[in-house]
Design a binder for this molecule. Structure first.
Ligand code: ATP
Length: 337
């Protein structure tokens, strides 16, 4: 197999639960595709807490800053012990303001719809994920939703620029400005202002509850969707469900300087350590990463290999209706390369 010319160093955060299993699978497949990557393995999550006494060691943040790009498995956040989400902390510290989640049907996957191809652009740094909560008096808590003109404009710019660069026709802003008139109102105002600069791209708006119903009734009406943080989180799981579930749904966190590629799913403790996890979600995130670093031919080869395995339908993990293990589906994808 042809090896790419220059060896790149990329940070690898294997994470918790099924993270190490799917990360090891993806590393093997990328090597089999002939891409020369030196992986700088960096800890984060519950495993890092056990080894280093902190869920997000400085080494890990520094490694991403140095290498600019990371591939990340899911991390577990210990609940109720005062830990903040590591993924949220990484996104904030590295200003990874755009969470890109392509939703695309794969062949032969048993799902409600075929040929879905839409893009979710989720604001990643504020909204209800600001993590500012306090108890006002016993029995009453406040959780603050922060919406700024800067972050709303930046995410709308990202969505429209993505649409233009990728030959997409329409951007839909999703909101609840009828109720949250100031916060979601500002988000909408910023989206509208940016939309004016892109007359070649159609712009429309949907209230979030209606957007959920419309996605179930007719997902083909959507192209690029831009959403603030919490709506993006919920709608991307809904969309993963439209095209076959979390086992295949990829994602990327992108900022101006750094990018971290990670699947939509969590650490799936129910199947961790059992060799049952589907590595395709992280693998498709790695495909986005390969495109980002200019390894388009390898990205295309891996995508085709995934499609061939799914078309044959013989080696499928349990979430896809089969009985194959993580090791078996990894082997099948490598064989198709
Ligand atoms: P988080 O809160 O961390 O996002 P979550 O509550 O969304 O996590 P997941 O860990 O993503 O939960 O798991 C949800 C369900 O999907 C579980 O039943 C899990 O086994 C399944 N699942 C998630 N990822 C995969 C995968 N890669 N392969 C197979 N099944 C998966």
């Amino acid at each position: 197999m042809r090896e790419s010319q220059s060896r790149k160093t990329i940070t690898l955060i294997k994470g918790d639960g099924i993270g190490p299993e799917v990360a090891d699978a993806v590393v093997k497949i990328i090597a089999a595709a002939g891409v020369a990557i030196g992986w700088d393995v960096a800890p984060a999550g519950a495993n890092a807490f056990e080894k280093c006494g902190t869920v997000l060691p400085e080494y890990t943040v520094d490694s991403v800053k140095k290498n600019k790009v990371a591939l990340k498995g899911p991390v577990g956040t210990p609940i109720g012990e005062g830990f903040k989400s590591i993924s949220v902390a990484l996104r904030k510290r590295l200003e990874l303001y755009a969470n890109l989640r392509p939703v695309k049907s794969l062949p032969k996957i048993n799902s409600r719809y075929q040929n879905i191809d839409l893009i979710i652009v989720r604001e990643n740094t504020e909204g209800l994920y600001s993590g500012i909560e306090h108890e006002v008096v016993p029995g009453v808590v406040e959780s603050l939703k922060i919406i700024t003109e800067k972050a709303s404009t930046r995410i709308a710019e990202f969505a429209f620029q993505y649409a233009r660069n990728n030959n997409r026709k329409k951007v839909t802003a999703v909101h609840k400005a009828n109720i949250m008139k100031l916060s979601d109102g500002l988000f909408l105002q910023c989206s509208r202002k940016v939309a004016e600069k892109y007359p070649d791209i159609e712009y429309d708006e949907k209230i979030v509850d209606n957007a959920c119903m419309q996605l179930i009734l007719n997902p083909y009406q959507f192209d690029v969707m831009v959403l603030e943080n919490l709506y993006g989180d919920i709608i991307s799981d809904l969309c993963a469900g439209l095209v076959g579930g979390l086992g295949t749904a990829p994602g990327a966190n992108i900022g101006n300087e750094y990018a971290i590629f990670e699947a939509v799913h969590g650490s799936a403790p129910d199947i961790a350590g059992k060799n049952l996890a589907n590595p395709i979600a992280l693998l498709r995130s790695a495909i986005l990463m390969l495109e980002y670093i200019g390894e388009q031919p390898a990205a295309t080869r891996i995508q085709r290999a995934i499609e061939k395995v799914l078309e044959k339908g013989k080696v499928l993990t349990r979430d896809l209706g089969g009985t194959a293990t993580t090791t078996e589906i990894t082997g099948a994808i490598i064989a198709e390369l």
